[in-house]
Every structure is written in structure tokens, then in C-alpha cells.
Design a protein around this ligand. Structure first.
Ligand code: SAM
Length: 260
């Protein structure tokens, strides 16, 4: 049966309208995986010119925190972090990093991997990491599909895809990050008891994701009542992006999927 918000909320059937760490290998070692061009990033890479300190962080701090996918795949992701975290989570397309930083501050025992190709978003996150002296974040500044292909299997407890680029026009839907191939990639990196989480304010993308996960078969929507997707989950941080959506009277949905 197709997973659909309408199945679980008859009252709204119409408009659910969306350190010193192992980061790389020796210079002479060759990657053990294919390196390829961007597959799923269609946005802009750069906005306003950097201020001097942002440029310095981008040039000096990012290389220390960035995951090097030219290196062979890391067999134990915990070794990417200085304090051996209890578990690892991944946030894809973190924007300015507000949600990522909020969670990383709350959970020094968790290792966070944040992925964002937009350089100004990355620079903003770097400023927060420096200001908060966070040591439990590692970063990737390219298309998430490249990172997902590099990551080892089944070591990530949770993958967050929060307000992915919506591509609301039908002719652009094929650009949406959620597709069968990317669900396969996400599934591959999540641990057996782990979760995939998705949020959006675009009704067609919400139902698109429910349908794609249902077709994929190996992610089960966890909602049992309407509040499960109407209300943000615990430790949610409402970003500027979400605030704008709410101001413009779009209704967000928050979806959790168990990895089967
Ligand atoms: C609409 S914004 C939302 C940002 C943030 N998650 C939030 O809720 O405020 C989507 C973000 O996803 C990023 N993005 C788009 N395609 C991506 C890809 N293939 N890999 C990683 N990030 C991507 C964009 O650069 C953008 O910052």
C-alpha cells in the first residue's frame, strides 16, 4: 500500500501543502573509488564575497574539518573525530548550519557530518564552529551524492534531509534529491536500527517523498498519528528558511522513516 499522508490524516487529505584526526591518506595513495562530477547539486556555489575572516576560515579551518573523498573510504567513521563519538549522524544540505550547530552543541557525544556545497553557507557554519569551539563536526563542501558514495556501509545512525531544494515546477522534479538512487545511497550508509528524516514545506515534495520511500520498500514511515508529521521532532531548530516558509503560510511536514 502506498504510504500517504492522507492515509493517516483524513482531516487534511487535500492540502498538505511541504582535531588531529584521520581525514585523509598519504599523498601518494590513490583513491579506491571512482571520482566523478556533481550529480545532484543544481544550485549556486557562491553568493556574496567573503569577509576577510570568512575567507580565512574557509582557507584554513575547512581543510582541517573536511572529509577527503579522494582518500580511500574510511573503515571506521568514528576515527574522523578526535573524541571517538558514540554515534554518527549526517545532515545533507545544512544551509547556514543552524540546525547542525544547535544539535552539535547539545550532543558533544555524537559525531556530526554536515554537507553543504553552497560556500557562503559553509562559511557561516565555520564561523559558528569556531565561535562555539565545537570539535564534533566534520564537513563536506560538495554534492552529497559524492559523500554518500564514499561513506562506509551502515555506520550512520540518522540521516537528515531538511528542506531540500524544493524544485516546485513539475519539469524540475527530476532534480529533487529524493529519488530511488539517492534513497539507495542513504539506506546504504544508515545502520540497521537507524532513521532517515525529511522535512519540507512543499506539499508535492512531501507526497513525492512518501511515495518514493514506499516504492523503495526499505524505508517505513513511522507516523501513527497526524501530530507525528505536523509537529517538529524533539531538538528541532527552526531555521531562517523554515521561518520564511511559515511566514508565507506554507505548512511544514516532518517525516521520520525507519530503515528496514
Ligand atoms: C532550501 S535549502 C535548506 C537549507 C537548510 N537545510 C534549512 O532547512 O535551512 C537547501 C540546501 O541544500 C543544499 N543542496 C542542494 N543540493 C545539494 C546536494 N546535492 N548535496 C548537498 N546539499 C545540497 C543547497 O545548497 C541548500 O543550502
Amino acid at each position: 500500500m502506498t504510504q500517504n499522508i492522507e492515509d493517516k490524516d483524513n482531516s487534511r487529505s487535500d492540502t498538505l501543502g511541504a582535531a588531529d584526526v584521520h581525514l585523509g591518506q598519504g599523498e601518494n595513495e590513490k583513491p579506491n573509488h571512482p571520482v566523478r562530477a556533481t550529480e545532484a547539486f543544481f544550485g549556486r556555489r557562491k553568493g556574496k564575497p567573503f569577509k576577510a575572516h570568512q575567507a580565512k576560515l574557509y582557507a584554513e579551518l575547512l581543510p582541517k574539518l573536511a572529509i577527503d573523498i579522494e582518500a580511500p573510504t574510511c573503515t571506521d567513521l568514528k576515527t574522523l573525530f578526535p573524541d571517538t563519538p558514540e554515534k554518527i549522524v549526517l545532515e545533507i544540505g545544512f544551509g547556514g548550519g543552524e540546525h547542525l550547530i544547535h544539535r552539535a552543541k547539545l550532543h558533544p557525544e555524537i559525531g556530526f557530518i554536515g554537507c553543504e556545497p553552497f560556500m557562503n553557507g559553509m562559511a557561516k557554519a565555520l564561523s559558528s564552529i569556531e565561535r562555539e569551539a565545537l570539535t564534533n563536526i566534520r564537513l563536506f563542501n560538495e554534492d552529497a551524492t559524492q559523500l554518500l558514495d564514499w561513506l562506509p556501509e551502515a555506520q550512520i545512525e540518522r540521516v537528515d534531509l531538511l528542506y531540500p531544494d524544493p524544485w516546485p515546477k513539475k519539469r524540475h522534479w527530476k532534480r529533487r534529491f529524493v529519488n530511488q538512487k539517492n534513497l539507495g545511497r542513504i539506506h546504504n550508509v544508515i545502520s540497521p536500527d537507524g532513521e532517515f528524516r525529511f522535512a519540507s514545506d512543499i506539499d508535492t515534495y512531501i507526497n513525492w517523498t512518501l511515495k518514493h520511500c514506499d516504492d523503495f520498500k526499505k524505508f517505513k514511515w513511522k507516523a501513527t498519528k497526524a501530530s507525528d508529521w505536523h509537529e517538529p521532532w524533539e531538538e528541532w531548530y527552526s531555521t531562517r528558511y523554515e521561518q520564511k516558509a511559515i511566514r508565507e503560510e506554507r505548512t511544514p511536514a516532518y517525516l521520520k522513516f525507519a530503515r528496514l
